[in-house]
Design a protein around this ligand. Structure first.
Ligand code: ADE
Length: 314
């Protein structure tokens, strides 16, 4: 008999994997390292307990994460392969399972905590990979909204792998055209539901805090915070409480330490701008040309980054 090439792939179940160590834990999910019993390939499997999702009212979060990962996994760009891929999903009566790329080398926060600050060429390289990733993400109409060093994982070859799309938003065509309008009713409802919308206070943009409509520019703000942190060793907005940090963000209250290089200072200053449409790159269309051509990134070929050996973090 001939093989039916049209047959859909077999639905997977937890029995197809051997579950190993815990890679990460959230309020309603745990990420496990897991090995496919058929191929021995390693994956990171996010297990979301249904009763915890319901208890924490995170149904929207899980839905968003799946939708965004499906769009991203269907639109892999060769020169921007910087996102976890969703290989399959399945469920049992207790849990939902997301089978994801396993990023072997941990997260950027771990490296920042280990080495303090990065040497300039490292900040430049990883900053550039984030720009290349954001360009692809925003071209697909996806805004991450919770970009931070913890969500920037590293592959075995030390290239970035962006994860955690639970706060992401897929913009519709109208939203992609109309920037910085007041919140729609839908957005307002969403913000009300998500009183805990802000994951980590340090990277949240002023427009998310004052509930102005989401645009891709909030990820450019986070990029500014992350470049600052790679160069200085600490995020720009710090405080004893989330509230204290929010106050500083809203007042754009931050300082550069002595020795912060001029090019880095200039790009961060142009990204950390209160008005979202005035940030470097916010007016670019299709490609982040103005960000990529900034002197901070001089000498880098953005299209080739994924092929080169990343500089050693030290
Ligand atoms: N921690 C959370 N998600 C992960 C992933 N996809 N790979 C490695 N560690 C993780």
């Amino acid at each position: 008999m001939t093989e039916n090439l049209e047959a859909p792939p077999m639905k997977r179940s937890a029995n197809d994997f051997i579950f190993g160590k815990v890679l990460g834990e959230g309020s309603f999910s745990t990420v496990f390292l897991a090995k496919d019993v058929h191929t021995s390939k390693e994956f990171a499997i996010k297990v979301c307990q249904k009763r915890h999702i319901i208890r924490e009212k995170k149904q929207d979060y899980v839905k968003r994460e799946k939708e965004t990962l499906l769009v991203l996994s269907k639109n892999v760009k060769e020169s921007a392969p910087y996102f976890v891929r969703l290989y399959c999903t399945f469920q049992d009566p207790e849990s939902l399972y997301f089978v994801l790329t396993y990023a072997k080398k941990g997260d950027l926060l771990g490296y920042l905590n280990k080495v303090g600050s990065f040497e300039d060429h490292c900040s430049k390289f990883y900053g550039a990979e984030i720009v290349q990733a954001l360009e692809h993400l925003h071209c697909l109409g996806i805004v991450h909204r919770d970009l931070k060093p913890e969500n920037i994982l590293l592959s075995e070859s030390m290239h970035i792998v962006i994860t955690d799309f639970g706060s992401a938003k897929i913009l519709n065509c109208v939203e992609m055209d109309e920037k910085n309008k007041e919140n729609s009713e839908e957005d307002a409802g969403e913000l009300k539901r998500k009183s805990s919308f802000v994951g980590t206070a340090q990277y949240v943009s002023p427009e998310i805090l004052n509930r102005t409509r989401t645009t891709p520019s909030c990820d450019l703000w986070a990029l500014g915070c992350i470049i600052y942190q790679m160069v200085a060793g600490l995020p720009p907005f710090r405080g004893h409480s989330d509230y204290a940090i929010f106050q500083k963000i809203m007042k754009l209250e931050y300082e550069y330490p002595d020795g912060f290089p001029d090019d880095a200072r200039d790009i961060v200053t142009q990204l950390l701008v209160l008005e979202p449409s005035e940030r470097l790159g916010a007016k670019d269309i299709g490609s982040y040309t103005s960000v990529k051509s900034h002197p901070f990134f001089s000498g880098l070929d953005f299209e080739e980054l994924h092929k080169v050996k990343p500089p050693e973090i030290c």
